[in-house]
Design a protein around this ligand. Sequence first.
Ligand code: MN
Length: 438
Amino acid sequence: MTDATHDPARRSWVPGADRHTDFPIQNLPFGIFSPNGSDRRGGVAIGDWIFDLREACAAGLFNGVADDAALAAAGPTLNAFVALGTAHRRALRHALSFLLDSKGEGRACTEKLAEKLLHKAESCTLHLPCAIGDYTDFYAGIHHATNVGTLLRPDSPLMPNYKYLPVGYHGRASSVRVSGPAVRRPNGQRKRPEEAEPSFGPSRSLDYELELGFWIGPGNALGQPIPIARATDHLVGLCLLNDWSARDVQGWEYQPLGPFLAKSFHTTISPWIVTAEALEPFRTSAMARAAGDPAPLPHLADPADQDEGGFDIALDVLIQSAAMRAANRAPHRLATSNARHLYWTASQMIAHHASAGCNLTAGDLLGSGTISGPTHEECGSLLELTRGGREPVTLPGGETRRFLEDGDEITLTARCTRDGAVPIGFGPCRGLISAAPP
Ligand code: MN
């Protein structure tokens, strides 16, 4: 369901916005920022600028439902805003598109206030968009699950539950950070197969995972499931998510209760919430189930979700080592993938999560699971790309990697393109590995 805010002919008066690869006027993602060391408030990315929602509210630029939404988004977190739901978000999107449109009456009241309303993004600090109450990581990338399962159980890579429910585990919310700060290599217990006893020390198999994050808006009451057909009402938008993973720590600790310290030391997300509305032109069908796969059980089956519950989002993983940076070598692409390779849709993950009565809360974050494609060039982690560390990858300049070294910077990017739509992106999700604590 696209509307005037998606119109490819619409241009913005904000300098450079129309040429911006990620944030043209058709995107309008929400985030929390502080301009020049000032305090936190909500903003909207437009080109290389951030539109200040607090200043816009103070200037009286909105009215009605859009004003209610903008006021909720003007504070130091977006929790109150995302809790309002689709109608408020859509109204604010329309108002913003009107104010930033190069043609029409919005421009007249907005452009003369540009000095107050617009901040150069490079002079701002970006923060987590929401105070994240809970973070859940799924495992919905079927090629990733198959690749990893093959390393462990060549004969039956997928567990019997995989095609019946979206497998997930409860992640750690407190250590989610936005793109930018150093990611410290964790210390942990690790044990090689030939070693009799584990030892404690820096992870020797630090890895990234290419994932999408799904932001939850309105929640559900405890004990009250979310029907699959209503699940989209609870999805605010998407971000990129890097689920850093210490494979050696994970291999030793995960049985029988699943990942713990191997994942909880740090998770990096891109700072902007790219809304469900902005992504409407890039919706696609859910992944087709192979002949012989079970149909989803009724509480996870919805015809509309099967038709348009997926996303067509191209994803890349880039690496730049310390040596590459010193030699001025550009980041090297390790893999390219697409959100179409998720076996379960966001709505199915939401409906499943709430199906036993667990209450989701505004500002909760769901990870999709690593998104790998069917070919080796589409592996969303080093574990898969190097086949468990056995086949190192070679970087420009001749270095090799089994897993990440200190000084390596990993960048995830996302890009949506479709005929008849203006392409949009997510902004980068970056993390640079620093040495483990002594
Ligand atoms: Mn993961």
